[in-house]
Design a protein around this ligand. Structure first.
Ligand code: R5P
Length: 299
């Protein structure tokens, strides 16, 4: 393993400490001032220590993604000023990644805009967890890109708690996310399928349609990358019940849990919601630091 130093905002101390213990690396912290007009100023506690080093920047970019991205720009800028050797950037939940295409004429491709900044600062490697579309990141990010997945651990946690000795079916609520679910189903030796989802770009209205279904399926785990408003999974629930499903649980890596997400998911009939700590919530049951440590140890 090559020598590395972890760099993190004070606010992510708990996560950064776990990483530093796991990979036996020192940590340098960054602090932040917020001026009366709302502008931010990031400061490295020991700037001379980064010169010539291989830095692993750990940055949780959600919630407050707009602020977090400004911080990130400043972090990249200042470490380059101090002559860092290489930069691995870990952003567990990459915000702005869902807008990876120009869905409507005139819109910005926000993922591209964010990745351009990282390219500009010559980030040597980007590590994310269950990013919305790996393919799109690869299209716009120039250097090495590693996307880890927390979904196997999430599914295992659900099986342990709700489906011991049973074989639940893993469901992706849209075709785009099926590759993630398929991988988990192969690792855990479970059946899987996906549901066709159509969302209006104008109203946000969601419509689901079954593609492949076995009438004997009674227990399901719906697995997704993100729970935002909860609309995708809660609107799927009546269809699953109609198909004879009796026990269903939702697993998702990034729990944004906006508005009435929690209430609408649980009211729609799911027994529980299980997610990771990429975004902290009361449903964050799976820590992602181990995944990152295993990956960094490979270097
Ligand atoms: C969309 O393609 C994503 O994979 C998620 O299904 C979606 O972002 C979830 O959003 P919401 O909870 O608002 O339906």
């Amino acid at each position: 393993m090559i020598g590395m130093i972890i760099l993190s905002m004070n606010e992510f101390k708990e996560n950064a400490e776990r990483l530093s213990i796991g990979v036996k690396a020192d940590i340098i912290y960054l602090s932040k001032r917020v001026f009366p007009d709302g502008e931010l100023l990031v400061k490295i506690s020991e700037p001379m220590k980064v010169r010539g080093e291989n830095l692993v920047i750990y940055h949780k970019a959600y919630p407050n993604q707009n602020e977090r991205l400004i911080e990130l720009i400043q972090i990249l800028d200042v470490v380059r000023d101090y002559g860092v050797n290489s930069i691995k950037l870990i952003i567990p939940y990459l915000p702005y990644a869902r807008q990876d295409k120009r869905f409507l004429e005139g819109e910005c491709i926000t993922l591209k805009a964010i990745l351009k900044i990282l390219n500009q600062y010559d980030v040597d490697e980007l590590i994310t967890i269950d990013v919305h579309s790996e393919e799109s990141v690869r299209k716009y990010f120039k250097a090495r890109f590693t996307n880890l997945s927390a979904l196997t651990e999430i599914a295992k946690c659900i099986v342990d708690k709700y489906f011991r000795g049973e074989k639940p079916v893993l469901i992706s609520p849209d075709e785009g996310g099926y590759h993630r679910v398929k991988q988990v189903s192969e690792e855990l030796n479970l059946n899987s399928t996906f549901i066709e989802k159509k969302r209006s770009r104008f109203t946000g209205e969601i419509k689901h349609r079954l593609v492949e279904w076995n009438s004997k399926w009674r227990n399901v785990i719906v697995l997704d990358d993100i729970i935002s408003t909860g609309g995708t999974v809660s609107k799927l629930a009546p269809l699953l019940k109609e198909m004879g499903v009796e026990k269903m649980v939702v697993g998702a890596t990034h729990l944004l849990m906006l508005g009435k997400a929690e209430e609408s998911i649980l009211k729609s009939g799911y027994l529980d919601i299980v997610g990771s700590n990429t975004i902290e919530s009361k449903y964050s049951k799976v820590s992602t630091e181990e995944l990152i440590i295993d990956e960094l140890r490979k270097r």
